[in-house]
Design a protein around this ligand. Structure first.
Ligand code: ZN
Length: 363
């Protein structure tokens, strides 16, 4: 899965960005003593990912790796020479399994024969290959039919899901990161703080002494992280996990410098968490306001994501609309009814509340 900037652009005037401009593509910028911010180019609308290089004794620890392409390899080769001065990579940490974060992981750990650190959930997720619709697959068809999509729209997803111009190479072993894991890198202690919703067990790294938070895609300054339901787990409630993570990250100090995987480092963690909560609350309000009569996911999609340019946008927008609907279903605020091939959602009446699991199992 590739990250997506569909989720709306918030006002970010109340955040403070210490660096006005990012490093040029493929270049580094020091953001704290012994921490380099590497701007790795990506061949998408979202045209970069931020990787962080942490100085350790006699080498470096890399956080996230870039997409598996020749372009990324070229950048890394230059970085080894110019920024790391020929010192080795001693370990690679991946915040989560998405391919812009893990694409070069296998290559890096093989090259330096060094360990890969990830959470168990993210390592496992690298091996899950969801149906792509390129072979007959009832679960793939049924998921999108139940969202209310047409067969033309479903057919349009196939080229999006099967195109691979980048390589995916999981390492054959890993070392596990869990909530509260401590890593000593250079002269800093980093504590792992887990998030969820954008991916299963997303690891962020928090350093208390210097008030630093490497946040991956869990907390981004302007775009909102995609939170999607897909074919693999149609009844999942990732938005429930996401909002719970937003609540938990409030326990970190507001003074941290957030080092995100996209856009620029910023101050203003608590304000940003509030914005993220509000973004989804607004989406819930829009859905409930639209439901004067029963509607499908596909019919509700433009209420949240009116601007769709292509099948990729549609795929992500439907997945994220479904995430909001599953959240509201799980809260007992909506009910759904299977009419023909598609679920139709309506507001729950008082008598319906809490009945979702008891009566809504379709096979
Ligand atoms: Zn991601």
């Amino acid at each position: 899965m590739i990250d997506l900037a569909l989720g709306g652009r918030e006002s970010y005037s109340e955040l403070c960005f210490p660096w006005e401009t990012p490093p040029a593509p493929g270049q580094v910028q020091e953001v704290a003593d012994g921490i380099l911010w590497l701007r790795m180019p990506l061949p998408f609308g979202l045209d970069h990912i931020n990787l962080y290089l942490l100085k350790h004794e006699h080498g470096w620890v890399v956080v996230d790796t870039g997409l598996g392409t020749d372009q990324s390899k070229d950048v890394w080769e230059r970085v080894f020479e110019e920024a790391l001065h020929g010192e080795p990579v001693l370990a690679v940490i991946c915040t989560h399994f998405h391919y812009d974060h893990t694409g070069m992981l296998g290559w890096l750990v093989d090259r330096f024969q060094c360990p890969a650190y990830m959470s168990f959930g993210e390592y496992q997720a690298m091996f899950v290959t969801p149906p792509k619709g390129d072979k007959p697959n009832w679960a793939f068809d049924q998921f999108f039919q139940r969202c209310g999509l047409s067969s033309e729209e479903i057919a349009g997803f196939r080229p999006v899901l099967t195109q691979t111009f980048y390589s995916i190479e999981a390492p054959s072993s890993f070392r596990r990161l869990s909530e509260g894991s401590e890593l000593r890198i250079g002269n800093r202690n980093w504590r792992v703080v887990m998030g969820s919703g954008h991916s299963p067990e997303h690891a962020c790294l928090y350093n208390d002494e210097d008030q630093l938070l490497i946040s991956g895609d869990q907390i981004l300054p302007r775009i909102t992280s995609s939170v999607c339901v897909g074919v693999t787990e149609p009844e999942a409630n990732p938005l429930g996990d996401w909002l719970e993570s937003v609540r938990r990250f409030r326990s970190l100090p507001d003074s941290v410098l957030v080092l995100p995987a996209h856009e620029r480092p910023f101050h203003g963690l608590h304000h940003r968490l509030q914005q993220l909560q509000k973004h989804h609350d607004d989406h819930f309000d829009r859905i409930t306001a639209a439901l004067a009569q029963p509607m499908t996911t596909s019919a509700l999609r433009p209420v949240l994501f009116p601007r769709i340019k292509n099948s990729f946008d549609l795929l992500m927008a439907v997945g994220e609309t479904q995430a909001h609907l599953n959240f509201l279903l799980n809260r007992g605020l909506l009910v759904r009814e299977l009419r023909g091939d598609a679920y139709h959602y309506s507001l729950a009446g008082a008598a319906d509340q809490g009945q979702f699991f008891a009566e809504d199992i379709h096979v």
